[in-house]
Write a protein that binds this ligand. Structure first.
Ligand code: WQD
Length: 342
């Protein structure tokens, strides 16, 4: 069996796609997930895709006793990818304490265990939300971080500070933070994908549910921004491309190729797309009309952000490959699969 990697949050949206890519590159994957925002059958689906069933333990990382027992049992882990976190921006505004507790303490427990059990390598799931509304575009890794728009975004910014400080104090730990832009789409097999609970907050699952007739209409939050068509611009990245970036980061750590013991990279396509462009591209890719209406802006939305991916391309050696067209088609194929629409 290959080198062992722990994936926390491994039954989640990005986590499950990353487990598939790790297994396909010969890594032995162990998943910890508390299933608070995913389901155990994702493990079955991963096995269907790769033919290998990842080891899976269900518990919350805040259970320090259970986490230590886990590391005593699995004592060949060489690297950790830490996805496990609450991630709903709106929810975080209403439940800040739950977000700070869950997202920050889980990271601190993971770092403590890395020290205790001599695990040197960590890939951390960060976010472009650390940039807030940038003054210049595209954003590079040197673009100043700004006041987070939400407690969720703040947990990512604080987590990066914790990583930076802990790495400085702990020579045997090296970390890479990946700042995701907007992850969308699903695995080409349509066996795994995004499974939002309740009414989706994010644009693409709302589009696919509207196209599937589950939602009567998509509300586009504002078309009066200072952008070409007035709607907000984001950098939408295919989830499989994003998953592959994690495998590249893990190899960089295991091969001791990092230039410093804390590196961070923008993981995006480098191209911005507006909400209206996404809707039009979806309609073109799928042939399905999306019923939408323009409504007021959503509080907390920034006008536009997209990545300068020079470092990811040149230093990490990773580049996004799947087009917005094909990614939206994969999202639609996934929606049709889970709703039994042919
Ligand atoms: C995208 C655009 C909305 C829904 C999210 C996470 C953030 C980060 C990146 C992880 C915005 C518009 C949306 C709808 C709409 N992920 N929209 N109608 O807010 O850019 O950020 O992904 O770290 O944490 O929150 O993504 O998909 O919610 O919105 O018009 O029904 O689509 O206004 O312009 P966002 P989103």
């Amino acid at each position: 069996m290959g080198r062992q990697v722990l994936v926390t949050g491994g039954t989640g949206y990005i986590g499950s796609h990353t487990v598939v890519e790790l297994q396909s590159k010969g890594f032995e994957v162990i998943i910890i997930d508390d299933l608070s925002n995913s389901s155990a059958e994702v493990v079955d689906q991963i096995e269907k895709i790769t033919g290998i069933r990842p080891l899976f333990e269900q518990f919350n990382l805040l259970d320090a006793k259970r986490l230590n027992t886990f590391f005593q049992k699995y004592n060949h882990i060489e690297a950790i990818i830490h996805f496990a976190a609450f991630k709903a921006v709106g929810e975080s505004v209403n439940k800040p304490l739950a977000y700070y507790q869950n997202n920050l303490i889980s990271l601190m427990y993971i770092l403590e265990c890395m020290s205790r059990y001599k695990i040197s390598n960590l890939v951390f799931s960060s976010s472009c939300t650390v940039y807030g509304q940038p003054d210049q575009l595209p954003v590079t890794e040197q673009t100043p971080k700004k006041e987070a728009e939400s407690p969720y975004g703040n947990t990512k910014a604080i987590s990066e500070e914790i990583l930076n400080d802990v790495v400085k104090a702990t020579p045997e730990i090296t970390a890479i933070a990946l700042r995701y832009f907007n992850p969308i789409g699903a695995h080409p097999s349509s066996l795994i994908g995004e499974l939002p609970q309740g009414v989706p907050n994010n644009l693409v699952p709302f589009i696919t549910q509207t196209a599937a007739g589950i939602r009567p209409q998509l509300s586009i939050f504002g078309d009066d921004y200072q952008t070409p068509d007035g709607s907000c611009i984001r950098d939408y990245i295919n989830v499989v491309d994003l998953a592959k970036a994690h495998v590249v980061a893990i190899n960089r750590l295991l091969d001791n190729k990092t230039k410093s013991r804390y590196e961070f990279f923008n993981i995006g396509t480098g191209k911005g797309a507006s909400v209206l462009e996404v809707v039009k591209t979806f309609e073109k890719a799928t042939g399905v009309k999306v019923n939408y209406t323009i409504v007021a802006r959503r509080p907390g939305d920034i006008e536009q952000i997209y990545a300068d991916t020079t470092n990811a391309n040149k230093i990490l050696g990773w580049k996004a490959e799947v087009s917005l067209h094909d990614t939206l088609l994969s999202a639609w194929n996934w929606e049709k699969k889970i709703r039994n629409i042919n």
